[in-house]
Design a protein around this ligand. Structure first.
Ligand code: ADP
Length: 548
């Protein structure tokens, strides 16, 4: 920038100087010519035909009078008849071709400037008609002068000196000017680059400041938006239940979220996933870019690693599939259990039906067979009802409302008392009044009925059942205590499993299917109620539910 300014400045001043020098040379030249002409016209008037003879002697005499100006006498025919500086007149050629001579013959006076061929100097010739003793002739007086070129060449050293000063001056001015012009621009650029509001005392720079300020605001807004988006993205990534890892083309980590970090023990300092490196199958998947799904187990939890590849990047999505696998397993177990439970009564029904249809049985046996078929059919019906009931609690999407727990317990006791009496069992109760919980009546009924039915079913003849409901702070605590057969320690956890029964003789029409407590467990889990069991084999059991 400075050099550019300097060169432009130099060019302008150089051209300016040149024009001035040429113009002033011309003026000076014209001026000196006109001075010479005036001098020479005065000189011509000094001639007097009586004083100065019209030959070389007369020319020399006149020349002395005219400060040694060269004097030449020429006839109207162009013949030189006298000259103050050249004595050998034969050396002169005819002067009719000289411009001043031609003009003098035509108009009386002629002037010319040129280098003299005879004396080798630049002369200004002034030629005029004069009277001589032998008639009209031409008197030519010449004095040395400078040509325009001479004048110009004389000015060259001055021009050079001037140019040297000019160069220095231009350099200083360029430096100061550029510095002066650029300083505010540099200041603006600096302020803009650090995001400061840009101002300038120069009104010419105001539009630039406005543009930079509005650009800076736009950039700030965009950066804020990007930061915000990045923050949201990292919040989403770090809080999602899936793990995500993106590897660059060099297998280095481009992105990893917290779940994946925690699962695979990846530290912020690491740029590679060590687990991927040491797992041959996964290494191969990444190297060969196979869109594949593999499963790996960590702390008894099963994770699916789904690999996909795009734009040179490897993307790995990690999902905990333990629940899905368990659910699938549970579903398979359930189907197997249902099939097994149905198999017993169906085999019995089929066997007796075949016997009856064969016609070989006597009447008494046919009656017995028919009773077994009826009994097993009822059991089958009961099993299907239990399964449907169990399945109906699969989802919990119906709304909850205020349920009077005390009333439901009281009415359950009332409806089950006859069944207890049949076995001589006495039910006592101590129920706090109007205990309200958020649930649904049929769910609460299901839980309480199951517990009381079991307390009757697994009680001893003439046993006792004690049912209490009391408050502990915000909690409502229900206890169903019986004096029954009790539960062995090793079965305490299993009794809540589907189809688990301590008594395996499922062929008994009265024995349960092991779905009652499974339903209780499911309802409690969905409502976040806690269920506890205390039991001593042969002495009795206590089932406690803590309603929250
Ligand atoms: P079911 O009664 O239909 O067999 P449950 O799921 O209600 O199924 O009970 C599972 C098992 O738990 C029962 O078979 C029984 O062995 C045991 N059990 C449940 N309640 C009691 C109780 N109050 N006393 C002793 N054993 C019980």
């Amino acid at each position: 920038m400075k050099l550019r300014f300097f060169l432009i400045e130099m060019l302008i001043t150089f051209v300016g100087i040149l024009i001035i020098v040429v113009a002033s040379t011309n003026i000076y030249y014209q001026n000196s010519l006109s001075n010479c002409e005036d001098t020479l016209s005065v000189y011509v008037n000094q001639y007097d035909m009586n004083t100065y003879s019209f030959d070389s002697d007369g020319a020399i005499a006149l020349s002395e009078k005219l400060d040694s100006a060269r004097v030449t006498y020429i006839t109207l025919e162009g013949v030189v008849v006298g000259d103050s500086e050249v004595s050998d007149l034969s050396s002169f050629d005819n002067h009719l071709d000289r411009a001043e001579v031609v003009d003098a013959i035509e108009s009386g006076v002629g002037i010319d400037v040129r280098e003299s061929t005879s004396i080798g100097k630049v002369l200004i010739y002034y030629c005029a008609q004069v009277d001589t003793a032998s008639g009209t002739a031409l008197l030519r007086i010449a004095i040395p002068t400078s040509s325009a070129l001479n004048i110009f060449s004389k000015a060259i050293p001055t021009i050079i000196i001037f140019l040297a000063f000019d160069t220095l001056a231009c350099a200083i001015i360029a430096f100061l000017l550029v510095d002066h012009v650029l300083k505010p621009v540099e200041l603006i650029a600096h302020d803009a680059s650090i995001g400061k509001e840009v101002k300038s005392k120069y009104s010419e720079l105001a539009p630039l400041c406005d543009i930079l300020n509005s650009r800076n605001i736009e950039i700030k807004d965009k950066i804020n938006t990007i930061k915000e988006n990045k923050k949201i993205a990292s919040i989403v990534l770090d809080n999602m239940e899936h793990g995500i890892i993106i590897l660059g083309p060099n297998k280095k980590i481009a992105l990893i979220n917290n779940m994946a970090k925690d699962l695979l023990d990846v530290y912020d300092t690491l740029d590679e996933v060590f687990f991927f490196k040491q797992d041959d199958e996964i290494s191969e998947i990444i190297s060969e870019k196979n869109n594949t799904l593999v499963y790996r187990t960590f702390d008894e939890e099963v994770y699916a690693f789904r690999f996909s590849f795009m734009e040179g990047k490897s993307i790995c999505l990690i999902t905990n599939v333990t629940e899905i696998i368990n659910a699938q397993k549970s579903k398979n177990d359930f189907i197997a259990n249902v099939t097994h439970e149905m198999n017993t009564p169906l085999t019995s029904i089929k066997g007796f039906a075949e016997l009856v249809s064969s016609g070989v049985m006597d009447k008494e046996k046919v009656v017995h067979a028919s009773e077994v078929i009826l009994e097993q059919s009822n059991r089958l019906t009961q099993l299907i009802k239990s399964i449907i009931n169990y399945s109906s609690y699969e989802s919990n999407d119906l709304p909850s409302y205020d349920v009077n727990l005390s009333n439901i317990i009281q009415s359950s006791i009332s409806s089950l008392e006859p069944a207890a009496s049949e076995r001589g069992i006495v039910i006592t109760s101590d129920i706090v009044e109007n205990a309200i919980i958020k649930s649904r009546t049929e769910r609460v009924q299901e839980v309480i009925t199951n517990l009381i039915v079991n307390a009757i079913k697994y009680n001893k003849e003439k046993g006792m059942i004690n049912i209490t409901l009391h408050n502990e702070g915000v909690l409502r605590i229900l206890e169903v205590k019986d004096t029954g057969i009790g539960i062995a320690e090793e079965n305490k956890d299993k009794i809540f499993d589907r189809f688990f029964t301590v008594d395996k003789s499922h062929n008994k029409a009265t024995s349960g299917f092991g779905l009652g407590l499974a339903v209780v467990k499911k309802i409690c889990a969905q409502a976040n109620w806690k269920i506890e069991v205390e039991s001593t084999l042969g002495e009795g059991s206590l089932f406690r539910i803590i309603f929250k």
